[in-house]
Each structure stands twice: as C-alpha cells, then as structure tokens.
Design a protein around this ligand. Structure first.
Ligand SMILES: NC(=O)c1ccc[n+]([C@@H]2O[C@H](COP(=O)([O-])OP(=O)(O)OC[C@H]3O[C@@H](n4cnc5c(N)ncnc54)[C@H](OP(=O)(O)O)[C@@H]3O)[C@@H](O)[C@H]2O)c1
Length: 320
C-alpha cells in the first residue's frame, strides 16, 4: 500500500480513514478500454483515490442498463489490487423500493461486479418521500448480514435525513454517517447551507462531494453531449458562465480547473471525500494535484473563488 500524500478523514466518527478522492462509475468505465480501466484502478490506489463508487444504473431516471459496474469489476480483478487497499461504495435506488427490495438490489449489484461486500453504500434520491422507518430497518438488515459496513444518503431532503438519524436511534440501529451531495465551486447551497451545516459541524455526518465538475462543465467549459446529473434550480447556464473565471483562478494557482474544483471541496472541513468521474488516466493524474493545493493553499483557493458561487437562491434543504 503506497504512503498517502494527504491527511485522510473518516466517513464517520471512529471509522477507518478513507482516501480523500473517489472515482465514480457513471459513464466512466464503459467509456474506457479494459487496459485503461486497469491502469486507472492501479494508479488510483497510488494517488489516494482508491475509493470506488459502484452502481448498477438500471432504474428510474437511470434506466440505462449500463454495464459500467460489470466492466469495473472485471478491471478490478485484472488489476490485482488488494481488496483491503480500496474502499467500495454501493448504491441502493428508491425509485421502485420497496417493490424492489434492498437485499435483491444489493445482491444483484455485488454479483454483477463480482464482489462479496461493499464497505459502505449510498441510498439514492427519490420523487416521493420514502417510508424512512422501514428504510432504516432494511438497510440495517444488510449491515447485520455483513453485506455492507455503513451507509449514507444522496441528495436527500434534510427532513428525511434527520428522520433517518432519529429512527436509527429509536431502533438502536445504524443511521446514515455521510451525505453525498452535489457540491462544487458554483453549487454550494446544500452542502454549506443551514440545513445540513449543523449536522456537519457537530460531526453527525461527513460530506462526500459529488458532481463537482457539474458533469465536466467546470473542468473544460464545455457541456458534454452525454447525459449528466440533474440541474437543481435550473442554473446550469449560469454555472457554465463562471467557467472563464474558474480557469483564470486555476491558472493563477498553476493547476487545471478540475484540480481547483476538487481542492475547493477538500478545503471545506466537512468534506471527507470528493467523488468525481474520470474517463481517462490523464484526468486522474491531473486531478491528484488537488491534494497538494488543498493542503497548502485551501483557504486561499476558497477566497479566490468567492465570486463563483452561483446557487445562492437554490434551497439548502434539498427540496426542489
Ligand atoms: N451527477 C450527479 O448528480 C451524481 C449524483 C449522485 C452520484 N454521483 C456520482 O458521482 C460521480 C461523478 O459524477 P459525474 O460523473 O456526474 O460528474 P463530474 O464528476 O462532475 O464530471 C465528470 C466528468 O468531468 C470530466 N473531467 C474529469 N476530470 C477532468 C480533467 N482533469 N480534465 C477535463 N475533464 C475532466 C470528465 O468528462 P469527459 O469524460 O467527458 O472527459 C468526467 O467524465 C458519478 O459517477 C456518480 O458515481 C453523481
């Protein structure tokens, strides 16, 4: 196991420290050759990014029947990377839950990727409020069975996150330990606002930043043709408009806009991990520069980007 170059934080109080960077699976492994995927996995372990989000994109807005998770599993086996050197995060969807139960979803997801266990998992977002008491109980059955170690939520409304925490206490069960939220230079309301803020400040939850480049827009200035994440608040044009300023600040710090975007997220003390998509080895190599930048100049990065905050009018509580 290579020596980490950045101070690792835990996803939850008292938990094992995790790499500061994580690689997403949506539209990534299925856009690489097998050789490149193997190289990315090996290099990720060396570059403090041996943390992989592995989801089966097969439901609701993601009824894409993607094979990205299968391809990841194949490349992982071929990489020879030790299971104990990486963190694997699974995903449970709420679109058809409880019709499609969590256990069936998780077992299918593990089998597709050829894995026997996830270290943690994320329970996805929803159109209609879920039955939170049942949800907490169902996730805890998976924990009791040893299929997963802990769990977090993805872009949930704050009232449901608080309800899950309260339910877990009432049931004597494990509640969510981290929140995977859309977060980046331009989109800060939910991760930094007064809804989730207190839970981060008192250590109840840690933050996993996701969609940090807005699907790539804040890394390149271009909007990809492929599907990218939801545009909460309908502010994507404004986000694209701040790219020139992001690129200017990145040049001042001598890094790429992508590395600057990750450093911005890491400079928030609530952040345990930054999850991004990389479709080429070169992107991973470039993005690793964020660690040194955040370590040495985190506060300056945040100051320099103060005017790039676009979603001030978007609700902080996750309702939209
Ligand atoms: N998007 C969401 O709303 C959302 C919600 C929940 C979970 N997640 C998770 O978060 C992960 C990441 O989200 P995402 O892929 O939607 O968005 P993202 O991380 O904001 O964008 C990823 C894209 O940015 C581009 N990029 C990355 N590094 C670059 C570099 N150094 N230079 C130039 N371009 C670079 C690549 O585009 P090209 O491939 O086009 O070059 C890459 O595919 C997903 O895989 C998923 O696991 C996302």
């Amino acid at each position: 196991m290579p020596t980490p170059t950045y101070v690792r934080r835990s996803l939850h109080r008292g938990g094992a420290p995790v790499p500061p960077l994580a690689l997403g699976s949506w539209n990534t492994w299925d856009r690489m050759t097998r050789d490149e995927a193997v190289a990315v996995i090996r290099r990720a372990v060396e570059l403090d990014a041996g943390f992989f989000d592995v989801a089966y994109y097969n439901m609701g807005p993601h009824a894409e029947n993607s094979k990205t998770d299968i391809l990841f599993g194949q490349a992982l086996r071929e990489s020879g990377v030790e299971r104990s050197d990486i963190v694997l995060c699974g995903k449970l969807w709420l679109w058809d839950w409880p019709n499609q139960g969590f256990r069936a979803q998780l077992v299918e997801s593990l089998e597709r990727a050829g894995l026997d266990r996830f270290d943690t998992l994320v329970v996805g977002d929803y159109m209609h409020a879920p039955d939170v008491a049942r949800l907490v109980a169902d996730v805890n059955e998976l924990i009791a069975e040893g299929l997963v170690g802990s769990w977090g939520i993805n872009n949930w409304r704050i009232e449901h996150t608080r309800e899950a925490l309260a339910e877990a206490t009432a049931q004597g069960a494990s509640g969510p330990v981290f929140a995977q939220l859309k977060y980046g230079i331009a989109r800060r309301a939910m991760a930094e606002g007064d809804a989730y803020g207190p839970l981060f400040a008192d250590g109840t939850l840690t933050l996993q930043a996701s969609d940090v480049f807005e699907g790539g827009i804040l890394a390149t200035g271009r909007t990809p043709q492929r599907k990218i994440g939801a545009d909460v608040g309908g502010i994507r044009e404004q986000i694209a408009a701040v790219y020139p300023e992001v690129a200017r600040v990145a040049a001042e710090f001598g890094v790429t806009p992508a590395a600057l975007g990750i450093a911005f997220c890491l400079a928030n003390p609530a952040t345990a991990n930054v999850l991004f998509g990389a479709s080429r080895l070169e992107q991973l190599e470039q993005n690793h520069a964020a660690l040194a930048l955040a370590r040495d100049h985190g506060a300056e990065v945040r100051d320099a980007l103060a005017d790039c905050w676009v979603d001030r009018e978007v609700r902080a509580d996750g309702a939209w």
